[in-house]
Design a protein around this ligand. Sequence first.
Ligand SMILES: Cc1cc2nc3c(=O)[nH]c(=O)nc-3n(C[C@H](O)[C@H](O)[C@H](O)COP(=O)(O)OP(=O)(O)OC[C@H]3O[C@@H](n4cnc5c(N)ncnc54)[C@H](O)[C@@H]3O)c2cc1C
Length: 422
Amino acid sequence: MLGNVWHDTAKEPPLAADVFRGDTKTTVAVVGGGFAGLSVALHLAEAGIDCCLLEAGVFGEGASGRNNGQVIPGLKLGPEDLRDRYGEAGDAVVETASGAADLVFDLIDKHAIDCDPDRRGWVRAAHSAIAMPAIEKQARQWERHGAPVELLDQNQIAQLLGSDRYVGGMIDRRAGRLHPLSYCRGLARAARSKGARLHQNSPVLSLSRQGDHWQLKTDQGVLSADKVILATGAYSDHLVPGWSKSFMTVHAMQIASAPLSSNVLKTVLPGASALSDTRKLANAIRLDADGRIIISGRGPLSGRIDDSVIRQLVRTIVRLFPSVEDQDWTHVWAGKIGITMDELPRLSSPQPGLYGIVGFNGRGVAMATAFGKAAAQHCMGQSAGFPIVDAPKVPFHTLRKPILAAAIAYYRTRDALGIASR
Ligand SMILES: Cc1cc2nc3c(=O)[nH]c(=O)nc-3n(C[C@H](O)[C@H](O)[C@H](O)COP(=O)(O)OP(=O)(O)OC[C@H]3O[C@@H](n4cnc5c(N)ncnc54)[C@H](O)[C@@H]3O)c2cc1C
């Protein structure tokens, strides 16, 4: 099987960007060229703030170039629960979360990003009757907020999905899907056109406070900055001591089929852009613009491509859509997801002038874009769409591997019993 399908199908070409060299200054340094970092750079550059972004690999090297491309607004809590959780900042958080998909589709339009946007809604499907109350709670809260979210019964969901394996669910019509790598490259193109300085193949090797500014060293240069935004997501290394202990990393694997025939295509997701289900070890499924079906699910802890996981993903998709049984599966790839204990992302400031963004818990296409904008607003001293919160260390982080293995076994049992995740 080939690797990441998005590399073979991207319409936005890779952006040529030089390795960072020399000794220079900027107002804001951004580390990481995924959705979060590139959104920071775009929003700062649009406001006329000098910024310089350093990416270790190429834009979309991390999760942003590897994901399922579902554009899902909102967080794992509904708006009323978010207000309770964030207090005074609650209204701003709800607006940011609710508007995150609008932000993405507006950026695509504004910057003519060629990334196959499709906005017919995201279905969250209940894999058992006992998973329905969690969906009902979320859907009712969004309905009361005035969002275009509707509950679905078994017949309605079967019609939208072309699968009768779910007992019900909800559709969120703010949501959709896109080609993630093209979107990422398009954000980079837009940021640079607005004046952001962008560099690839420039891993930041050290970050230190020097008097009133920050110093970032790469193997070929030194960058001094008033402020730094760490947007290294689940690909964070040890640049900021303790930062990567504030979340855990899990691996997800995806497979893509060859383009489906027109007959089979009519039977798969005929009425929605994308689907995820209520299993804690959730499956996310979508078609691409050429009619390939793409499914992601939890990968092995090692992160290595694993035949048993491929077989498991094929079994899952065929159970849901029997018409795809004889398809060729052409691509397989994996990526890392940053998860937090409370399943909420964080915009934190571990030291003065240093901000970090992490923890999208598998929902970062829209939310990392929105958090990038919020981080840019904080840097500019504007009222921002998300507050600065603490990033407490995950307890027993050094034992995370056995803990994650135990958690996965636990959630596999819960999923089999039909219990929903948030
Ligand atoms: C398989 C999979 C499926 C997913 N599906 C979906 C989905 O359908 N919908 C959804 O909303 N979300 C999904 N997600 C989650 C989503 O992809 C992420 O939340 C999002 O891409 C995070 O963006 P980011 O910019 O924070 O991080 P990333 O895209 O991971 O970017 C971090 C960047 O930092 C760079 N970096 C790290 N260290 C350094 C350093 N020292 N110097 C310079 N650069 C550095 C890395 O090279 C990397 O490019 C999925 C994730 C995976 C893995």
